[in-house]
Design a protein around this ligand. Structure first.
Ligand code: GLC
Length: 478
């Protein structure tokens, strides 16, 4: 989001003492006080959303997880909130491991930042640009194929009735085009318009949300005879999760034909506002201020508390209230003037003077931080408090999602696949999240015994999951 100067929020009382700072931070620590209850509240809300909501807990056409034996070569595309990735993915299947080979490889790939202007342009313009990037990757690929089969991962809500049909629903993350567009038609038309004679054609085989791609790629790469990959979660620019849901627990309009037997993978879109009730007691004035300034106020309350797009902005807003006694660098008065990456770096700094050096460097164009060691230490504390709240909320929501399919009941070790820059790169975030999940499960059970819950990175999950699903569709196993 382009930073723009805004009036600062009306400051609450400025903390002139440690006691006041503590009081500020305690508001943000409130969710940590009773995480098992929060997880139960999430679970109850999620059951309700599966049964009633038409914008969340969306059915996908996937009814089973991959076996790990899927093979084939696919073009894979992952359109996220910040980046586009395109790659050629080769799946060799589990048996390749027996002969000392790899399970998969990605011989060619490219990654690009999505230009800001395309987020508020038309869907046609965005897909024209996407098509050009597909051509860039295909030019690097030594293929003689006339047609490349394509798996697509898309990091936005969509309505899906088959593997190749997906209608875009209202999007967050700064994307503002609103008409309900058919993703496959948009891409096919744009690619036909941009590609030249002699270049391979593309054939869309599968489309899925990035949460589903995360679960499928984790299940492809990590399931063992002793564990079950039961959910996929994302904390990156945005946040989301997928889980298997018994058909009987769904709204009739969401049920596939053929009765109530079996389960279906849901794109939960857990960040959207049906998830608000369990969060309500923990929403602070800083969250309310951030939401009121968002281009879609009220749309994704959970995302605004845990998404990488927002953590830096929350630190900035809290900082404005904490540092009222000081004059701050101009960047602190600019909306989105604090990057989430800065917060992670400051948190990881081993000394206060390292943290101060990072702040001075980041704000160098605004004359540096210039406030001394103590303020760097307080800034670091604010970052830790906000990222810890985010990790706790993701953990509680994940345990809630596992409850949708009673995954914690049958004593098998549970694997939760994850992707997203916050879980992958924010220092200590994944460890805190996993620690909270385990603590919640232990306290719910009232015992140290029982199966474990482990977070496993679904590396390259977006493009890998797209290829795994394409292989499943081709093998007729979805
Ligand atoms: C947003 C989108 C969702 C996506 C998530 C993670 O919340 O609505 O579809 O999965 O971000 O990228």
């Amino acid at each position: 989001m382009a930073p723009s100067a805004i009036p600062t929020p009306a400051p609450s009382a400025a903390p002139s003492s440690d006691a006041e700072l503590l009081q500020f931070l305690q508001q943000l620590e409130a969710p940590l006080k009773n995480l098992p209850q929060l997880a139960k509240d999430f679970e109850a809300t999620f059951h309700d959303l599966a049964l009633t909501s038409t914008s969340q807990f969306l059915p996908t056409p996937v009814r089973v997880l991959p076996s790990g034996d899927e093979t084939g070569q696919f073009l894979a595309l992952d359109l996220g909130g910040t980046n586009l990735r395109v790659g050629v993915v080769e799946l060799f299947g589990r048996s390749s491991l027996d002969t000392g080979g790899e399970r998969l490889c990605i011989p060619t790939q490219g990654s690009w930042n999505i230009p800001e202007h395309l987020k508020s342009s038309t869907a046609e313009d965005l897909f024209h640009w996407v098509s050009e990037r597909i051509r860039d990757v295909l030019r690097e690929t030594s293929t003689t194929a006339e047609v490349m089969e394509l798996g697509i991962t898309f990091s936005f809500p969509m309505e899906q009735t088959s593997h190749t049909s997906a209608l875009l629903m209202p999007m967050g993350k700064g994307f503002t085009f609103t008409n309900t567009n058919d993703l496959a038609a948009l891409l096919t038309t744009a690619y036909a318009q941009t590609s030249a004679a002699g270049e391979p054609a593309i054939k869309i085989v599968s489309i899925t949300n990035d949460s589903v791609a995360t679960l499928l790629s984790a299940a492809y790469a990590h399931t063992t005879p002793h564990s079950k990959t039961a959910a996929g979660i994302i904390a990156g620019t945005g946040t989301n999760a997928t889980c298997m849901c018994p058909i009987g627990k769904l709204h009739p309009a969401k049920k596939p034909s053929g009765g109530n037997a079996g389960g279906i993978l849901l794109n939960t879109e857990w960040s959207i506002n049906g998830t608000a009730p369990p969060l309500q007691p923990y929403v602070t004035d800083w969250d309310r201020h951030l939401d009121a300034r968002n281009e879609k106020p009220g749309f994704q309350p959970l995302e605004e508390m845990v998404g990488g797009r927002y953590l830096g902005e929350l630190v900035r807003l809290v900082g404005l209230d904490v540092f009222t006694q000081h004059s701050l660098p101009a960047g602190m008065y600019h909306e989105y003037g604090v990057d989430t990456k800065l917060c992670g770096d400051v948190e990881a700094a081993s000394t206060d003077s390292d943290a101060l050096a990072l702040l001075a460097d980041y704000f160098s164009a605004d004359g540096g931080w210039g406030l001394g060691l103590e303020t760097a230490a307080v800034f670091k504390r604010v970052c830790t408090t906000i990222s810890t709240r985010a990790a706790a909320l993701v953990a509680a929501a994940t345990v809630g999602v596992l409850g949708v399919n009673d995954e914690l009941e049958d004593g098998v070790d549970i694997v939760v696949g994850y992707t997203g820059t916050i879980l992958e790169k924010y220092p200590g975030f994944k460890e805190r999240c996993e620690g909270f999940m385990r603590e919640i499960v232990r306290r719910m059970r009232g015992s140290e015994e029982g199966a474990t819950v482990t977070l496993v990175e679904a590396r390259d999950g977006g493009i890998l999951g797209a290829a795994v699903l394409a292989a499943m569709v081709k093998g007729g196993s979805t």
